[in-house]
Design a protein around this ligand. Structure first.
Ligand SMILES: [Fe+2]
Length: 360
C-alpha cells in the first residue's frame, strides 16, 4: 500500500532540486540530439521555448536541408533530368506504367498468393497492414525479390531520400473506412509533414486507386524552404515547445494560401504507378467514401538527416538487410515490455495482403 507523503515546502525544494540535477545530467545528451533525427519537442533543449524563439528549430530545418541537397546532387544519376526538375518544383516523382504488362501481372499474382507474418496499426477507422519483405518471405516470391533490386523503383527512392541505402520495404494494405461510419477520425487524413527534414516515402500501386477511396494527397511545392515556410516553422516550433508535443506539424487546408501553396494533388492513379514523395512536404490520406482496400509496395527511408554520406547503410550489418522493418518492431516490443511506450504495430499472424482484418 502506498504511504501518503506529506508535501512540505522543504519536500518541494528537494523535488525541484532533484529535477534540476536530473536535467543538468541529461543536458549533454539532449544537446547532442540537435544533430539527430529526433523530431519531438519534449526534451529540455529541443523543447526549449527560448531556444526555439532564437531559431533552434529553424536552424535544424535549414541545416538538414543543406546536407540533403548536397547528398541528393551525388545521386542525381538515379533519375532523369526531367524528373529532377519536376521534383525540385513539386516535391514528388511519379512514374506511370512502371513495369511491362507481363512483369506487372506476374508481380501482382505473386503478391496475391503470398501469405506471411504481418502487423497492423489502427488509426481511427482505418487499418494499415504491413507484410515486411524479409529474406524468408522473398524465398517463395522470386518476381518480387527481383523487382526489389530493380533500379526503376529504387532509383527515385534513393534520390528523393538522398541516401544510396536499402529502403524499408513491405507490402502495405490500407483498409479504409468512411470516418463517419466508425465515428473515429483517422489522423492520417489531416494534412501534415512527417518531420523537420526530407524523408522519402514510396507507393507502388498494385491496383487502380479510385478518387473516393482514400488516395494519397500531396501539396505540390510544399517541400520548398520559402521565407514564409520558415516563418511558419518558427511559429510552430515555439508553440510545440510550449506544449511539449511531437514534431509532425499539421496544417489546415485554409492555411495553405498564406504560404502561397496550392490545394493538394490527389493521386487517384492507375495500377502500376509509382509515386515517391518527400514527406517534409504536406501530405495526407484522402477520405474514403466507403470500405476500401488499397494494396501497394511501400518503401521509406529516414536515416539521420545530418549524415554527410550517401552510403551509410545499416543493411550492411549482419542480419539487417531486408529486415529493417521487423528490427524496428522488435525494438518497439522491447520498449513496450519496459513500459516506455504503448504497442503501435500489433502482430496479426500469417495473413495475405487483401484478407480483411477481424471485425470488418
Ligand atoms: Fe505522413
Amino acid at each position: 500500500m502506498d504511504v501518503p507523503v506529506e508535501v512540505t515546502p522543504s519536500t518541494r525544494q528537494r523535488v525541484g532540486f532533484g529535477k534540476r540535477l536530473g536535467g543538468l545530467a541529461l543536458a549533454p545528451f539532449h544537446t547532442l540530439q540537435i544533430l539527430t533525427g529526433r523530431k519531438d519537442f519534449r526534451n529540455a533543449v529541443l523543447g526549449s521555448e527560448r531556444l526555439n524563439r532564437k531559431g533552434l528549430h529553424v536552424w535544424r530545418v535549414k541545416a538538414a536541408a543543406r546536407v540533403t541537397e548536397w547528398r541528393r546532387k551525388r545521386l542525381a544519376h538515379l533519375v532523369t533530368p526531367a524528373e529532377r526538375d519536376f521534383f525540385a518544383e513539386n516535391g514528388y516523382i511519379e512514374r506511370l506504367n512502371l513495369l511491362g504488362e507481363r512483369q506487372f501481372h506476374a508481380l501482382v499474382e505473386e503478391v496475391e498468393a503470398l501469405r506471411a507474418p504481418a502487423r497492423e496499426m489502427r488509426e481511427g477507422g482505418a487499418v494499415t497492414r504491413r507484410i515486411p519483405l524479409t529474406p524468408d518471405v522473398l524465398r517463395s516470391a522470386p518476381t518480387l525479390a527481383a523487382f526489389l533490386r530493380d533500379e526503376r523503383w529504387t532509383g527515385p527512392i534513393r534520390y528523393v531520400g538522398g541516401f544510396d541505402v536499402e529502403p524499408v520495404l513491405s507490402i502495405q494494405t490500407i483498409f479504409g473506412e468512411p470516418s463517419v461510419a466508425k465515428g473515429a477520425r483517422d489522423p492520417q487524413t489531416d494534412l501534415h509533414m512527417d518531420t523537420f527534414h526530407s524523408t522519402a516515402k514510396a507507393w507502388y500501386f498494385l491496383y487502380d486507386v479510385p478518387e473516393d477511396e482514400g488516395p494519397f494527397t500531396y501539396v505540390a511545392g510544399s517541400h520548398k524552404l520559402t521565407p514564409r515556410r520558415l516563418a511558419w516553422h518558427k511559429r510552430q516550433s515555439v508553440l510545440a515547445a510550449k506544449q511539449r508535443r511531437g514534431g509532425s506539424f499539421r496544417i489546415p487546408l485554409s492555411a495553405l494560401k498564406r504560404l502561397r501553396l496550392p490545394q493538394p494533388t490527389r493521386f487517384a492513379v492507375p495500377a502500376n504507378t509509382l509515386v515517391v514523395g518527400d514527406t517534409f512536404g504536406f501530405h495526407a490520406r484522402g477520405h474514403s467514401a466507403r470500405h476500401s482496400i488499397r494494396v501497394e509496395l511501400y518503401a521509406s527511408q529516414r536515416p539521420n538527416p545530418f549524415l554527410p554520406f550517401t552510403r551509410f547503410d545499416s543493411a550492411k550489418l549482419p542480419y539487417v538487410s531486408g529486415r529493417k522493418e521487423v528490427i524496428s518492431w522488435y525494438f518497439e516490443d522491447w520498449l513496450v515490455k519496459l513500459k516506455l511506450q504503448r504497442l503501435i504495430w500489433r502482430p496479426v499472424g500469417v495473413v495475405s495482403a487483401r484478407e480483411s482484418p477481424p471485425g470488418r
